[in-house]
Write a protein that binds this ligand. Sequence first.
Ligand code: GLY
Ligand code: MN
Ligand code: MN
Length: 438
Amino acid sequence: MTLDIYQQRRVALLNQLPENSLVLLAGYQQKVRSKNIKYHFRQDNNFFYLTGFDEPDAIALLIKSETTSFQLFLRPKDKDQEVNFGTRAGVSGAVEHYNADHAYPVSEFTTQLLCQMKGITSFYVCDETDRFSSEIVSWTNHHRHNGSFDTPKQFVAIKQLAEVLHQHRLIKTEDEIQNIRLAVKASIFAHKKVMQACSPGINERELSALFNFSIANKGCSDVAYPNIVASGNNACCLHYEENCCELEDGQMLLIDAGAECQYYASDITRSYPVNGKFSNEQRAIYQIVLNALDRAIEMIKPGLAWNLINETCMKVMACGLKELGLLTGSIEHIMATESYKRFTVHKTGHWLGMDVHDVGSYHDTAGNWRRLENGMVFTIEPGIYIPLDATDVPEGYRGMGIRIEDDILVTDCSFENLSKDIPRTVDEIENFMAEADG
Ligand code: GLY
Ligand code: MN
Ligand code: MN
């Protein structure tokens, strides 16, 4: 993305804030993995969305008073540190390359902030990791005691930036959609590689590594969340991350994995038989989940209330489970008592963007379920989970978790299923896996 985009976003945000606002954006700090080894750094999404600056320890101030200003506080240049850990933009680089109106070493932050707070009446804070939670009160106190002598001492109003900013992030622009498309495209390639490599005897960790290798081949350096590569009963743990078991003949495999591209996520799940051929029980459950997903996807268009996606998926899965005899009683009774939840376990989707579970409220300001709009991106991901210890269920169904997850873009009058090109029907999967064997 070009620098202009970050500037446009700052302008759009400040336009919505009252006069005399100050926005504090706390960037992330480097996390330690062990002793002097650090985790690879990834900037806070809100910070990156508004600045494009991805060095650790940075802080930004956005000021809206008589004029507007963007100030960046960052690690100064340091030859020794840069030889060891990579180059830094430094103070002059922040102005030159990141459009900062002023830049300072981060050590000068408190002094500058207290100066900038004069005349401010709204103090918007975006500090995801509570980096400054203990200082904020003392800063506002300082501000309160430093007004002019003839005005009453007043606390500045501390507000959450998230409430305003996350509405912006919820509706994706073309550039953002392009990054999500690239992430999805890499994931499609990788999911297909894994599906072809899947067979009894291979280890979950090998498939996880193959996924990462394959997205790298398509230009993505990282995944958006830890891969879930879960064979058999492991898939009944929704966020299974151990990825350490050998796949066995007769099991299902669930793989939930998504590449990240330029800070934008994909999030895709496929489930298929380890040996490439569904058993009758596996096919029956898989088809119920796929029917639920397809029924929900068909409904997508601007104006649809968010909750109807989950309700539709649940109704289809409840009917399917009743037909199989895994749920008893009338469908009205099943829906009223929510007895299907024993097998469906989780809700069926979330916004997708810079965060895999992206920001933005699922309700409007009146408290009603949000309605879909052009430019929203989200997942639909129904699942049915039948653990080994569900001994009241016929044996052939036990020890499997089946989830199918697609990434959906809302367009001006319809939708696009961005991830549809990974085999998803029973025939597509069996044929694709048979081709790999041949
Ligand atoms: N991969 C996390 C999720 O599907 O929500
Ligand atoms: Mn998801
Ligand atoms: Mn997922």
